[in-house]
Design a protein around this ligand. Structure first.
Ligand code: SAM
Length: 234
């Protein structure tokens, strides 16, 4: 099976009814990612087939959760995960891709232009700074491979509207991390999480999406400065 077929059949499994343009867009993104990765640290994955499975098909698992006509913040998007695959798969949702590293955001702007993604912008900022002017503005937030869950809750939940959801993409075995985040998510205004378990299509990689629905406004003192978040986690 070619990468193209792998991606197409995987996306059909992960995101039924995906836009036909999405496969072409993601193959172009893969080429740009692997090329730029030669001169910049963007991803540890260098096999094109694994870009399809470990990145694209993993991120596509979130597509059915994305709010139609809503706004989504991807916290610590790095080389654009899950934000770029989701923007390609969900043209009726607007995505803001946030990262603290300028070079990665510059790369994302090149990708957004090349793919012609009109529902996606990349912003260079730390989440805890961005939160000052964007409190409770987003219908959902996403995050993958950025920090442990209780830290991620403080970095992400303040920007989610009451009634919105924070989706953290984690390894299947994250029971302890979830237990350790219980106090943080309650203080920050989120319900106990629901877990969406899945196997990445065409692999045996098991993953989980931790879904935290916001039930109350986050108290104004959060998020704190990053040093404080790390030295005294909630
Ligand atoms: N989400 C991507 C993925 O799944 O491949 C990237 C993961 S990379 C390991 C973590 C990214 O989070 C880095 O690009 C880093 O700059 C960003 N990051 C870490 N802390 C952050 C913060 N407080 N605000 C914004 N970005 C942050």
């Amino acid at each position: 099976m070619t990468e193209y077929q792998l991606l197409e059949s995987g996306l059909q499994l992960a995101a039924p009814g995906f836009p036909p343009q999405a496969v072409d867009n993601l193959m172009e993104f893969s080429a740009m990612l692997l090329e730029k990765n030669k001169v910049m640290n963007l991803t540890a994955v260098t096999d094109p087939a694994e870009v399809v499975t470990r990145h694209f098909l993993d991120c596509a698992a979130l597509a059915p959760c994305m709010p139609k006509n809503g706004r989504v913040l991807d916290v610590g998007t790095g080389a654009g995960f899950p934000g770029i695959p989701l923007a390609a798969l969900c043209p009726d949702t607007e995505f803001v891709l946030l990262d603290a590293l300028r070079k990665r955001v510059d790369f994302l702007n090149e990708v957004i232009d090349a793919l012609g993604l009109t529902n996606c912008t990349a912003v260079h900022a730390r989440a805890e700074d961005f939160a000052k002017d964007h409190r409770e503005e987003f219908d959902a937030a996403t995050s993958r491979a950025v920090a442990e869950l209780r830290t991620l809750c403080e970095l992400s939940l303040p920007m989610v509207k009451v009634g919105g959801v924070f989706y953290a993409m984690k390894a299947a075995d994250c029971t302890d991390e979830i237990a350790q985040s219980d106090h943080a998510r309650a203080v920050l205004g989120a319900d106990a999480p629901e877990l969406l378990r899945y196997t990445v299509p065409h692999t045996d990689i098991e993953r989980v999406i931790v879904c935290m629905k916001k039930n109350a406004a986050t108290p104004p003192q959060y998020p704190r400065r990053f040093k404080k978040i790390q030295s005294s986690p909630l």
